[in-house]
Design a protein around this ligand. Structure first.
Ligand SMILES: NC(=O)C1=CN([C@@H]2O[C@H](COP(=O)(O)OP(=O)(O)OC[C@H]3O[C@@H](n4cnc5c(N)ncnc54)[C@H](OP(=O)(O)O)[C@@H]3O)[C@@H](O)[C@H]2O)C=CC1
Ligand SMILES: O=C(O)C(=O)Cc1c[nH]c2ccccc12
Length: 355
């Protein structure tokens, strides 16, 4: 039987060398992003042994490898800090990418969380016979070694942004220019002087378009549908904080009306620029469809000034141009797909216990 309990590892899953099955005397946590680290810190404080499995070669790989250089948290730091260790006082209200990563690294070090890197979870199945989880991983290295972790508890902390959404748009394969997903975008520096089609108008599409414009590129941002744009701050307070505060006292629909009133006063009517608002309010939309409102950090001013152009949905790509649903065809040099990300839960085969 390949089930090998390993008392010498004292439940921390070390000393695996050639073994294929490892007993973890506590939970297995999948993912070493902010949530996985937070779970690890809380378990550590309680003296519960655990193992964190991470497919990348570092903690917080989304932040380290799949965000652009100038990104900042767009919610104030008090809403983004992890349990038991606040952000340093010296950090600004909206920490930069570098600061956030620095904080997460010192957090992992402080709580002595040492994830098993380069181990990608393929499946997690609950074995009703033995009353334990069987978590299968594949090493991301060339050997592709497989390990099965056996544990009684499983924490999946793989986040909502694990996999890039790359839509199948007509003709895109024939487009001759550069095509990247927004998660590969680092800076507008390499797009100077180019006409760049940014597909999608969520927070990524808006922020990438702003960054492109700040680097003397000419962004065209596709808004095929509608989007809620809110100011990041309202009268010196973050919109998020204001929304959370109001929600304690008044119903969600009324908070939505208040947010939209402030958005209208501060940002004006954006419809004339091709940015229609969805019918449900911003909080209702987030609650019911998980769609985040855009928090404006400067893109709207660029849209108003004509430095960023909003265009409708895409019909077809050609070798060096794109045809839009309104019949207009325009030459573009590059395409950035700011079309979102999804959780990796559907890729992982997770079977819960049946009682
Ligand atoms: N500074 C920060 O903190 C930042 C935070 N984020 C967060 O990351 C998460 C992901 O954001 P983001 O990457 O913007 O993804 P989103 O899922 O929020 O937005 C995707 C956008 O792509 C559009 N889209 C998808 N497919 C197509 C298509 N085939 N043609 C045209 N448009 C298309 C969607 O339009 P439709 O609505 O019609 O489907 C939508 O506008 C969010 O929670 C966001 O708040 C992102 C960037 C910066
Ligand atoms: O950061 C995100 O992805 C969000 O969705 C933030 C968010 C959720 N609900 C809000 C209400 C007002 C402002 C921001 C948000």
């Amino acid at each position: 039987m390949d089930l090998m309990f390993n008392p010498s590892s004292s439940g921390n899953g070390e000393d695996l060398s050639s073994r294929r099955s490892v007993w973890v005397n506590g939970p297995v946590v999948v993912g070493a992003g902010p949530s996985g680290l937070a779970v690890g810190a809380c378990l550590k404080e309680q003296g519960v042994p655990f193992v964190v499995l991470e497919r990348a070669d570092c903690i917080a790989s989304l932040w380290q490898n799949r965000t652009y250089d100038r990104v900042k948290l767009h919610l104030p730091k008090q809403f983004c800090q992890l349990p038991k260790m606040p952000f340093p006082d010296s950090f600004p209200e909206y920490p930069t990418k570098r600061q956030f990563i620095e904080y997460l690294e010192s957090y992992a070090m402080h709580f002595e969380i040492n994830p098993h890197f380069n181990e990608c979870v393929q499946s997690a199945k609950y074995d009703n016979t033995f009353d334990l989880w069987r978590v299968k991983t594949v090493d991301q290295g060339p050997a592709g070694r497989e390990i099965e972790y056996l544990c009684r508890w499983l924490v999946v902390a793989t986040g909502e942004n694990a996999e890039c959404v790359v839509p199948d748009i007509d003709g895109l394969a024939h487009f001759g220019g550069k095509v990247i997903h927004s998660s590969e975008y680092k800076s507008g520096d390499s797009f100077r002087g180019q006409k760049v089609l940014v597909v999608g108008c969520g927070n990524s599409g808006m922020e990438v378009s702003l960054d492109l414009s700040n680097h003397d590129a000419q962004p065209f941002m596709v808004c095929r549908n509608s989007v809620h744009i809110l100011p990041r701050d309202i009268m010196g307070k973050s919109t998020f904080e204001l929304a959370m505060l109001l929600m304690k006292w008044i119903p969600l629909w009324l908070v939505d009306k208040i947010l939209l009133f402030f958005a209208w006063v501060i940002l004006g009517d954006m419809q004339k620029y091709g940015l229609k608002r969805p019918n449900p309010g911003p909080l209702e939309l987030k609650n019911e469809q998980g769609k985040s409102p855009v928090l404006d950090i400067g893109a709207l001013a660029k849209i108003r000034s004509g430095d960023i152009n909003v265009v409708p949905g895409i019909k077809t790509f050609y070798a060096s141009s794109v045809e839009l649903v309104d019949g207009v065809t325009m030459e573009v040099d590059s395409v950035i797909l700011a079309t979102g990300k999804v959780s990796s839960l559907t890729r992982m085969d997770i079977r819960k216990p049946h009682f």
